[in-house]
Write a protein that binds this ligand. Sequence first.
Ligand code: HEM
Length: 498
Amino acid sequence: MTPESHAPTGTDASRTGPPPGCPAHGLGPGGLHRLHESEDLGALYEQLRDEHGPVAPVLLHDDVPMWIVLGHAENLHMVRSPSQFCRDSRIWNPLKEGLVKPDHPLMPHIAWQPIASHAEGDEHKRLRGAVMGAISTIDFRSLRRYINRSTQAIVNRFCEKGEADLVSQFTEHLPMAVMCEILGMPDAYNDRLVEAARDALKGTETAIASHSYVMDALSRLTARRRAQPEEDLASYLITHPARLSDDEVREHLRLVLFAAYEATTNLLSNVLLTVLIDPRFRAQLNGGQMTVPEAVEQSLWNEPPFSTVFAYFAKQETELGGQRIRRGDGLLFAPLPANVDPRVRPDLSASMQGNRSHLAFGGGPHECPGQDIGRSIADVGVDALLMRLPDVELDCGEEELRWTASIASRHLVSLPVQFLPKPQQDVTETPNHNHVPAQRSDWQIGSVQPRLQPAPAAPQPQPQPQPAPAHPHPQSPVAEPVRRKGVWPRFLRWWRGY
Ligand code: HEM
């Protein structure tokens, strides 16, 4: 509890750390924990909570000092107090003092950009207003139908095999397919785009090229819609009274695409894991009940898609959680430890049904404006997948599942499942009301059974199995007419069948 030990200049770059396995491993100058060296961040956050209370001093790469906000109330106070804390990294002391090198691994998060996430005050209102205005034009009923149809098209790619890795074959695809449609570039959705987004976010040596691939697609979309607006998010951003420049439009399309892709992929994976292993989902086995939306909310509590968000910065000297925070100090907003704060969840096994006060979507002026889209993709996507594969079950022991974690998030590496092979479903036929799956609570999930045998050849609803569609567009899964109508008229046309 000694803020002085957290002096921004109190680092010693020449120090070499002890080897892994040594009790001092993971400790830096001043005995502070290096977050990036931890092998179990969840456990470290609890240790920090015990040692320091709801706000703890830690170190990032290169021993850059930072606070991590662990308490639910303290996180909420920080994000809701724009007069005390902002998202503008240009006031961050370690950056101003040259402690943060240009090649710092967190630089993509650190570098200030002229986007809503980093903006404050009137500028934030202008940029966020355009994003919110564009999102408000979305018809969620039609969106849910589109998510359902996209799920069908993606499941068609593996349903005949009787096994799949739901991360690489489903959860990484559905958000991208849906976001491409929402943005106004359904033709851009393909395996390459998913791969590029994944690679750009991982920060591998090909990340820059992958990032350029995504940005090129967004630049082309911006130019097309500037010339000829349609009914999609890109057009509404362009025509919004906030008068965004082309650069601002492109940067906000990027923000939306990456935020939505990464977070919703994580959410989908976590929800699928929950429904596969949580006994409350096996209603018919034990009389318990958990619907898909409840599984989504439970997962947002237990495994928020962003464990921490970089970062908030103190605009003035202040106090938070018993710590003296100096002007220019940086603080990690941290939904993961906040959501398990014993002051709000004394019993972690207790159901959080009906309680949406988790911090997975942030709060205050920067609260996620896309949360209803994220929730819809998870609700409808999981429901529709279970409708197609009601006998799906985990194809490995729960303890064999591998996770990869960074300070920002924790991902399931893969989610192997098995099921009886199913025929493809025609995603081009005019649907009846049954195509939008009703919420179900009686999925037969997760019971441990012997390896499934392939079903006898089932009658195919289509004469020819379709190759993996380039995108799951309602009218034509392969080729798109040159002149495309707006997304909502297209939904209506598809819905009515003319
Ligand atoms: C499960 C899915 C999602 C999760 C968990 C999530 C979470 C978050 C979080 C934690 C923040 C930061 C809040 C803060 O700084 O206090 C954020 C910001 C943001 N999110 Fe999401 N998000 C999700 C999906 C989406 C989607 C689908 C979109 C767009 C359609 C979106 C667009 C944005 C934007 C534009 C911001 C910046 C808002 C601002 O700074 O004013 N997100 N999101």
